[in-house]
Design a protein around this ligand. Sequence first.
Ligand SMILES: C[S@@+](CC[C@H](N)C(=O)[O-])C[C@H]1O[C@@H](n2cnc3c(N)ncnc32)[C@H](O)[C@@H]1O
Length: 283
Amino acid sequence: MSTKQKFGGPWTVEKLNILSDYLNFYTTALKNKDFQLIYIDAFAGTGKIKIGDEDQYEEIAGSARLALQSKGQFAEYIFIEKKKSFAKELEEMIETDFPDKKRLVKIEKKDCNHVLLQICQKVDWHKARAVLFIDPYAADVKWETLEAVAATKAIDVWYLFPFHAANRMMTRSGKIDPSWEAKLNSIFGDNSWRDRFYRDDPQFNLFGTTDKMKDASTKELKQYIEERLSTIFAKVSNKSRILLNRKSSPLFLFCFAVSNTQPSAIALALKVADYILRDQKPA
Ligand SMILES: C[S@@+](CC[C@H](N)C(=O)[O-])C[C@H]1O[C@@H](n2cnc3c(N)ncnc32)[C@H](O)[C@@H]1O
C-alpha cells in the first residue's frame, strides 16, 4: 500500500457517513422481517482508518467497525480482506471490542471477486437479505462479480466505483494499453465506453486518417456508470455521489444498486438511499 493510500480525506468520512446511515436504516427496517440479514464488506480493511497525512492525522472507525456497531444487528458479518496482516488486525479488533459478536463474524482472506461468487452461490437467498459494501482502491471488481450479486435478487449494493482510475485509463488520444483496455472492459462490463466517449478528431493527422479524441465530462461519465449498472441491477439510484479529492477532482462515484426485483423492496431501498444521497456536501 502506498503512503498516499494509507490516509483518507473528507471523501472517506463522506462515504462512511452514507454507509452508516444506510446500515442503521436497514437493520431497523428489516428487524421484524423473516430474513437472515447479512453484512458483506468486500474490502474490509482493519476496522479503522487514518484521516489526514503523515504529519497530522486522526483515526476514525472504518466500515467493519461501523457495521458491527450499527443500530440493529446483522445475523452474519462477512469481512473480506485480502491482506493477511490487515485481516489479523481486524480479527483482533473484533475479539477485543466486539467479543459478543465474534461468533457472527467470518473473515475471508482472499480476493473478493472469488469470495463474492462463492457467497452468491452458497447462501439461500429465499431466506436471506444482504447489504454489500464495495470499497476498493482502484478497478478491482469484475463485472461478472456484479452480475452474480445482481442475480441473487437479495443484495443491496453500495459501490465506490473507481471513477478516477477509469477516467485516467481512458487516455485523451484513445490509444490505450491493452491491459488498461481489458481493465476498462472488466469494470464497465463491455467496450461501449469507446463509442460513448471517443469521437473523431476534426483535425486530420499527417496521414490523412482521423484520430480519436476523448469527450467525457464528469456528468456524462456518472450517467454512463449508472446506466451500465442498470443493465444488471433491478434499480440504480441516479443520485450517486461524486466523491472529490482535496483538489476537488472526482475520485470515486458512490453508487447504490438494488438487486431485489420486487417493486415494494425497490421503492423502500431507493427512497432511503436517495434521501441519504440527497445533498452533495462540499468536500
Ligand atoms: C479502501 S480500503 C478499505 C477500507 C475499509 N472499507 C474501511 O472503511 O475501513 C481497501 C482494502 O481492500 C483490501 N483489498 C485490496 N484488494 C482486495 C481484493 N481484491 N480483495 C479483498 N480485499 C482487497 C486492501 O488490503 C485494503 O485493506
